[in-house]
Design a protein around this ligand. Structure first.
Ligand SMILES: NC(=O)c1ccc[n+]([C@@H]2O[C@H](COP(=O)([O-])OP(=O)(O)OC[C@H]3O[C@@H](n4cnc5c(N)ncnc54)[C@H](O)[C@@H]3O)[C@@H](O)[C@H]2O)c1
Length: 389
């Protein structure tokens, strides 16, 4: 199809569930979407409390008639409008993702949902089946895969330049739950994450260990064959894990070690992935995302700079500003949305989507993430026994 035929000559309209007053990630999604033109927030249920929801709508100048009392009403009403939303963004605590995503898919509306996709594996798999049968687009915001340097790390490994991967060492340490922050009433993010009824069977792995799994899978293409895990809950009275140590066997013989922690004093969002292959190694650090460390055997270490050195065609296509002007978390988020909304525009204009169009985390990545959390919990409960993936 010729390029001019795949152009949608109107802005995309989206709605949001979650992201009310004092919420964390909903606002990040809105700002990231707004980094690129022509995708407009027009509807929402920003909180379970309608007055709080209206407060957010007023602050964002959203028509009050399109702010609903709950997500079911929103899905039905928006699906019935000629100018209804093209997609919904789900940014509520983990336990509600499944029901909300299901309601919008059943209403025929495309979905972006934050991670972890669901709290139960069977629910994630049901969403997978629904996505298949409805043929709707479904994105899961595994944010960190949006960095151009990560795209390049993936391309390097896929090209075979580093040879077969032998070992992966990946970690995501934070310190913010090293005290019982959940007992502080004002800290709602700590409150729900450490509550099994809202977070699921894991806190630390569901919240940040899942990013480790997704990043390694995306960068290396390795598939987990089996794993053995140990979950710790170091803070007294905490019902869920706040530290996780995981050994991994991949299909094909490579192995890995993952660590995620919320009691790692001195660390903020220090996601780091190191991949050691037969001819070289690559290292990405989320807190220094404009640079990628690449080392070939018997050669000096290289520091690849975003914007100065080539990051391959995909990586370079996502760069927004010249080298030395740092890009960060918002841009990584925005790159996921840029890809998702680009695919949706093409889809709505009747064009076919190719592999690059679909280079955003999918429902299958979401299912794999939930399988990872499930297997880690299973192994830990069985005294760190090896479990098949
Ligand atoms: N991708 C990332 O990097 C990233 C980062 C942080 C959080 N997250 C994920 O985002 C989700 C939200 O996390 P958060 O830290 O923003 O939580 P939060 O507690 O700050 O915000 C949740 C919001 O959802 C609203 N809400 C809850 N239930 C609702 C419902 N049924 N209908 C409408 N609104 C409802 C709450 O009122 C609140 O406004 C979680 O699943 C979390 O794992 C992802």
């Amino acid at each position: 199809m010729a390029a001019e035929q795949v152009r949608l000559d109107r802005a995309l309209r989206y709605g949001m569930v979650g992201g009310g007053p004092g919420a964390f990630i909903g606002d990040v999604h809105r700002r990231a979407i707004a980094l690129d033109p022509n995708t407009t927030l027009v509807s929402g249920v920003f909180s379970r409390n309608h007055e709080s929801s209206m407060e957010t709508a007023r602050a964002l100048l959203i028509d009050g008639a399109r702010v609903y009392r709950d997500y079911r009403e929103m899905a039905t009403a928006e699906a019935a409008r000629d100018d209804g939303i093209d997609f919904v963004v789900i940014v509520t605590p983990n336990v509600s993702h499944f029901e909300i995503a299901k309601a919008f898919l059943e209403a025929g509306i495309h979905v972006v949902c934050d991670k972890p996709l669901t709290t139960k594996l069977e629910d994630a798999e049901e969403l997978g089946r629904l996505v298949k049968s409805t043929d709707l687009l479904f994105g899961v915001t595994y944010t960190y895969t949006g960095y151009p340097t990560v795209k390049y790390a993936r391309e390097l490994i896929r090209s075979g330049a580093l040879g077969p991967v032998r070992f992966v060492n990946a970690e995501y340490p934070q310190e913010w739950l090293s005290q019982p922050a959940e007992q502080d009433e004002g800290n709602r993010q700590a409150g729900w994450r450490t509550d099994p009824a809202q977070s699921g069977a894991s806190n630390c792995v569901g919240d940040i260990g899942t990013h480790v799994e997704n990043m390694v899978s995306y960068v290396t293409g390795l598939e987990i064959d089996s794993l053995a895990a140990r979950l710790d809950s170091f803070v007294s009275g905490r019902k869920l894990d706040d530290n996780a140590t995981i050994m991994v066997n991949y299909r094909g013989g490579a192995t890995g070690v993952y660590w995620s922690s919320q009691v790692a004093i001195g660390y903020d969002n220090a996601l780091r992935v190191r991949v050691f292959a037969e001819k070289g190694a690559v290292e990405f650090a989320q807190e220094d995302p404009n640079y990628l460390r690449v080392t070939m055997l018997d050669a000096p270490k290289q520091l690849i700079s975003r914007g100065r050195d080539s990051l391959g065609s995909r990586g370079d296509s996502l760069i927004r500003i010249p080298a030395g002007h740092p890009e960060g978390y918002f841009e990584a988020f925005a790159n996921i949305y840029k890809t998702f909304t680009g695919a949706l525009r093409k889809r709505l204009a009747g064009a076919k989507l190719d592999e690059v169009d679909l280079d955003f985390p999918s429902v299958n990545d979401g299912i794999q993430g939930v399988r990872f959390v499930t297997r880690v919990v299973e192994s830990s409960q069985r005294k760190s026994a090896w479990v098949n993936f």
